[in-house]
Design a protein around this ligand. Structure first.
Ligand code: UDP
Length: 316
């Protein structure tokens, strides 16, 4: 396999993955409409002679006839706003990219006999009533709320993958990605790790929504990317869904305290209103990925936060 498309290449995961694939000798065609992505993430890559960048929207089917999009061996379909802050600012675009955009990329995969990896999300489990969540759990999602544009469009994206795979024989694999972090997260991304670190480094209050008892798990980007690559590169993953996330759960208050300690910050922790439909627990069961991909995260939260904090310090 050597010619790969990455949608969302200017995003946090896309730019990291493109860099790794180029280093490993792949040709990469990166696509992004720069809605929530950032050209700074790919400035260095554009000088690489195995990298081609298309600034375009994958929801538009004209893209399918682009002369660069031929002889493709694999598609990592990562395009979509992922932070609640960004997808709630652009709900209709979020729905388009995860549904029509996914349909277009599946069509491209089918024409090229290439495998498509769809970046789904732990959000498809909604506010889960089963804990931890395995891939067989069907979820508890609200259609009538601020998170629905993301959760439900990712769910419909999975449906497109299922139909293409079962009816048309397209090669697909679906990654349900749980919270991922690293220094590549934009400081203004709005997610908990970037917010807490920036607040702690600037001496501002750390804003915990609700009482901080809600839980998440946090996977360092290196581990998430290695999981996605194993999914793409193994034959056995065709038609399979995998949870990709760290299995150790923290309350949000614990994360605030940990960031405060690691940054040696005198910031206060303050409590704000809980967000509507904020899932109360979230933790992946990764036994399927461990069994079929021989994958599990290697970087613990303290270590990953330490690396992230050091890089953020340079940006301030
Ligand atoms: N959160 C918080 N303070 C912040 C940002 C987020 O307490 O400044 C909480 C948020 O309410 C949620 C958790 O942290 O319970 C994770 O939020 P994030 O936006 O990072 O990702 P999500 O898992 O909700 O998509």
């Amino acid at each position: 396999m050597n010619r790969i498309i990455i949608t969302g290449v200017a995003g946090f995961l896309g730019s990291y993955l493109a860099n790794e694939l180029l280093e490993d000798g792949y040709q990469v065609v990166g696509v992004d409409n720069i809605s929530t992505g950032n050209l700074n993430n790919i400035n260095k890559l554009t000088r690489h002679h195995h990298f081609t960048f298309l600034e375009t929207d994958i929801s538009c089917d004209k893209l399918l006839n682009h002369p660069e999009l031929i002889d493709i061996d694999g598609i990592y379909h990562l395009a979509s706003p992922a932070s609640p802050k960004w997808y709630q600012e652009a709900p209709f675009e979020t729905i388009s990219v995860n549904t029509i955009g996914t349909k277009n990329m599946l069509e491209l995969a089918n024409r090229n006999n290439a495998k498509l990896l769809f970046s789904s999300t732990s959000e498809i489990y909604g506010d889960p009533e089963v804990h931890p969540q395995s891939e067989t759990y069907k979820g508890n999602v609200n259609t009538w709320g601020p998170r629905a544009c993301y959760d439900e469009s990712k769910r419909l994206g999975e449906v497109y993958c299922y139909l293409h795979h079962t009816l048309l024989g397209t090669k697909v694999t679906v990654a349900r990605i749980f919270n991922t972090y690293a220094e590549g997260l934009q400081p203004n991304d709005g997610r908990v790790i970037s917010n807490f670190i920036m607040q702690a480094l600037k001496g501002e209050d750390l804003t915990v929504y609700g009482d901080g008892s809600q839980t998440r798990t946090f996977c360092y980007v290196v581990d998430t990317i290695s999981g996605l690559r194993k999914m793409m590169e193994s034959e056995e993953t065709n038609g399979e869904i995998f949870n990709i996330g760290h299995p150790i759960e923290y309350t949000i208050l614990e994360v605030a305290e940990l960031v405060k300690r690691l940054t040696n910050s005198s910031s206060k922790i303050v409590f704000k209103d809980l967000l509507e439909d904020d899932p109360q627990v979230r933790c992946p069961d990764i036994s399927k990925a461990m069994r079929m991909l021989n994958w599990k995260p290697q970087v613990e939260l303290t270590e990953g936060l330490h690396r992230t904090i050091e890089e953020y310090k340079k940006q301030i």
